[in-house]
Design a protein around this ligand. Structure first.
Ligand code: GLA
Length: 390
């Protein structure tokens, strides 16, 4: 038997086993305790998100599709709060790991839950880059580097929000010239749609009046077994990525693009997140787990570049994107320091993020696809997170 057939057989057996162990995702699990007062799947009250920040009004917005899927978002940080999609038994599961009020988001030690990220998603080495001969300096908020746009990235600003219809929320923001050290007034529009095929579709658009760098993404934290259901290590993951960008110990790409074959980064066939996460591998040490950019083989929305399956619910998430990279973060910095929507803590590796984007540190790595945006050009990119059961 060749190894491909063997691995497929193992996978099917594994899935059957996981199916047999299936337990209700809204049950309290041994390592997490849900607040007695909050029933799983209940949306936070709108009032928990009413607040004026920086002179702008914050709200909670609810989107619904024809199938009863529900997504809530707040314009504080352009964040996805709830995302309720059906599991294989038709029960609604909240796959978005988030917080229950705007105050909880303000206080959270983890800044990025569900947020729209910019001006530059992921890291820029040592907070410097040069554009058209001029050096720019940014805050090194993730010493020694800049992470997710600096000290006050787009996760902490109030976006202007307009509900276009029951299923669509348009967010706009003017990121002023030299805000967080980036040149150019950047006019941004990010449109979130909950489609009738149970997908969260994100359309990004931006224009600038000075040459700048842009790398927008969304930092939803997912647990396809449902928020509060415990570890994500048994989720099955498959990527259409035959290479990745290895990093140094500060998570800056070394500049090389290396094949995943024969490494714990090979997700070209379905593999659980946990299968190799503790392998003796320098890259896993540098990332404290997975916190790496995968170089996508194709990125034109024609095929899913990532397929992830929750072992307890059977919920499958497919990601489609026009971006060349996917940052896979396995929740390595989660430290049980925040209380999430249903009262449980954000325990280690109880959620993961898959951020569609250009590669980290591209402004300093000319061999990577460019993130430069010039006046007269329009930054335009779409990513789709589709939920099914198979
Ligand atoms: C990204 C980064 C991680 C981490 C998380 C948020 O995924 O790559 O290193 O910062 O955001 O904590």
């Amino acid at each position: 038997m060749n190894s491909k057939i063997l691995s497929l057989g193992t996978l099917i057996a594994g899935m059957a086993f996981l199916g047999a162990c299936n337990n209700s995702a809204n049950k309290t699990t041994s390592n997490t305790k849900m607040k007695d007062s909050i029933t799983y799947g209940t949306l936070p009250p709108d009032s928990a998100f009413e607040k004026t920040i920086d002179g702008k009004q914050v709200h909670l917005y609810t989107l619904k599709n024809k199938n009863g899927a529900i997504m809530t978002m707040t314009n504080f940080g352009g964040r996805v709060v709830n995302l309720l999609v059906p599991d294989s038994a038709g029960k609604m599961i909240d796959v978005s790991v988030g917080l229950g009020s705007v105050d909880a988001y303000i206080k959270s030690t983890e800044r990025y839950y569900g947020a729209t990220i910019g001006r530059y998603g992921n890291r820029i080495a040592k907070g410097h880059f040069t554009l058209e001969g001029k050096q720019y300096t940014l805050a090194t908020n993730n010493a020694p580097n800049t992470l997710h746009g600096g000290k006050k990235g787009y996760q902490d600003v109030v976006w202007d929000a307009k509900k276009l219809n029951d299923q669509t929320l348009e967010l706009t923001y003017l990121s002023k010239d030299m805000e967080e050290g980036f040149p150019g007034n950047l006019h941004i529009k990010v449109t979130y749609t909950l489609t009738d095929d149970n997908a969260m579709k994100v359309d990004y658009e931006a224009t600038t009046d000075k040459t700048t760098v842009v790398n927008l993404t969304n930092h939803a934290y997912f647990n396809l077994n449902g928020e509060g259901s415990g570890t994500i290590l048994n989720h099955l993951v498959q990527f259409k990525a035959s290479s990745y960008t290895p990093v140094d110990s500060t998570l800056i790409p070394t500049g090389k693009i290396e094949p995943v074959k024969g490494t714990p980064f090979d997700f070209t066939t379905p593999t659980t997140i946990g299968a190799r996460i503790n392998d003796d591998n320098i890259q896993l040490k540098n990332g404290k787990g997975y916190d790496h950019n995968f170089v996508l083989d194709k990125h034109d929305l024609s095929i899913p570049i990532a397929i992830v399956k929750g072992d307890k619910t059977g919920i499958v998430m497919e990601i489609y994107t026009e971006e060349p990279g996917l940052q896979f973060y396995s929740g390595n910095f989660m430290q049980s320091r925040n209380e999430m929507k249903y009262g449980e803590k954000d325990d280690y590796r109880n959620a993961f993020a898959m951020e569609t984007q250009h590669y980290p540190d591209s402004p300093n790595q000319p061999q990577f696809p460019s993130t430069v945006l010039k006046p007269g050009q329009t930054y335009k990119t779409t990513s789709i997170y589709k939920f099914k059961t198979k």
